[in-house]
Design a protein around this ligand. Structure first.
Ligand SMILES: *[C@@H]1O[C@H](CO)[C@@H](O)[C@H](O)[C@H]1NC(C)=O
Ligand SMILES: *[C@@H]1O[C@H](CO)[C@@H](O)[C@H](O)[C@H]1NC(C)=O
Ligand SMILES: *[C@@H]1O[C@H](CO)[C@@H](O)[C@H](O)[C@H]1NC(C)=O
Length: 302
């Protein structure tokens, strides 16, 4: 106890604390003594921050963040949380001082930790927070809150083409997500896709990395009526969509078109048949020939 102390003020403080300890020991001597003694061990005579307390918290957008402030030997001092950005006092002990009920502080006695809870974290919550103890002078511990925004995408082009009868695979990649989604639902034109028969449709979800999840939808023998808008919708995030086109014909040229094609293509056989019919009618003959030629040229060039 007679450590490298700082002259008189330190000694005075120590004397005061010794007195308090003595008093408390007397008061609690019947059973709580052990507890009291445990609370006032160490080099410090007043409150001090547990040096192992974290200074950097990373949380996912929309989840709850918990900022711990571990203060030993707090005594009857107050703990306040202050937002550095605008110096707003968020909480003092258990009381919230901001008109935003997402902020709340609570004490976990067993660990001497005053934790600031920030519910439904928003991007603008990112930044520094100060845990302040009402000693004289005040003591502060700073914690930086990082907010990560998960990213979701369906791999490949936003328009996907497959031949009828072949396998369609849609892959939904979620990155920078600290919390794994509980599930991923797929919707086809707004209607939930269910994998009742796994020989026809398979739906899978896999955690491929500590912050990455892959959702997969496989349609083994796609039919034209499987065409449409497919949406990948994780339990805890926004969704992503892709347009699937199941082509009836045998024209690979049509399937190789990227997302820049003007419109989803009807089956090529139908189109040629239509052109053939119009060709029988003389007034339109020239137009039809021109059209057919244009289509043919297009097919061969692309
Ligand atoms: C805090 O954590 C984030 C995410 O884990 C990291 O990117 C950043 O570098 C860390 N900052 C400090 C000061 O350690
Ligand atoms: C609590 O703090 C006040 C000053 O804020 C002090 O006068 C009082 O003695 C303290 N009580 C105890 C039990 O330490
Ligand atoms: C597909 O469906 C989703 C969800 O209903 C919608 O947000 C999106 O705009 C649709 N995409 C297209 C290309 O229709």
């Amino acid at each position: 106890m007679k450590s490298n102390s700082h002259k008189t003020p330190g000694l005075l403080l120590m004397a005061i604390w010794s007195f308090i300890i003595l008093e408390m020991c007397t008061v609690f001597s019947k059973g709580e003594a052990a507890h009291t003694v445990k609370r006032f061990t160490g080099l410090y005579t007043g409150p001090y921050f547990d040096p192992t307390t974290t200074t950097n918290i990373t949380t996912q957008l929309g989840t709850h963040a918990y900022l711990p402030c571990r203060v030993k030997q707090l005594g009857n001092k107050s703990v306040s949380w202050i937002r550095k950005r605008d110096a707003h006092i968020l909480t003092v002990d258990r009381y919230t001082f901001i008109a935003d009920d997402r902020f709340q502080a609570f004490l976990v006695d067993s660990t001497d930790t005053w934790t600031l809870q920030v519910k439904y974290v928003q991007a603008r919550d990112a930044g520094e927070y100060e845990c302040q103890v009402s000693t004289e002078p005040k003591m502060s511990h700073f914690i930086t809150l990082n907010v990560v925004v998960p990213k979701i995408e369906i791999l490949g082009e936003s328009d996907k083409y497959v031949k009828a009868g072949s396998k369609a695979i849609l892959k939904c990649l979620i990155t920078r997500s600290l919390e794994e989604p509980a599930y991923i639902f797929w919707y086809h034109d707004g209607e939930r896709v269910l994998a009742f028969d796994r020989t026809k449709i398979d739906i899978r979800m896999e955690r491929v990395d500590s912050d990455t999840t892959m959702g997969t939808l496989v349609i083994y023998q796609s039919r034209p009526e499987d065409s449409g808008n497919y949406t990948c919708s994780p339990s805890n995030l926004d969704s992503a969509s892709v347009l699937l086109h199941v082509l009836n014909g045998e024209h690979p040229a049509a399937m190789q078109r990227g997302k820049n094609s003007a419109s989803p293509l009807p089956g090529w056989p139908h189109l040629s048949m239509g052109l053939g019919l119009t060709a029988c009618m003389p007034p339109r003959f020239a137009v039809s020939v021109a059209l057919s030629l244009a289509v043919l040229a297009h097919l061969f060039i692309t």
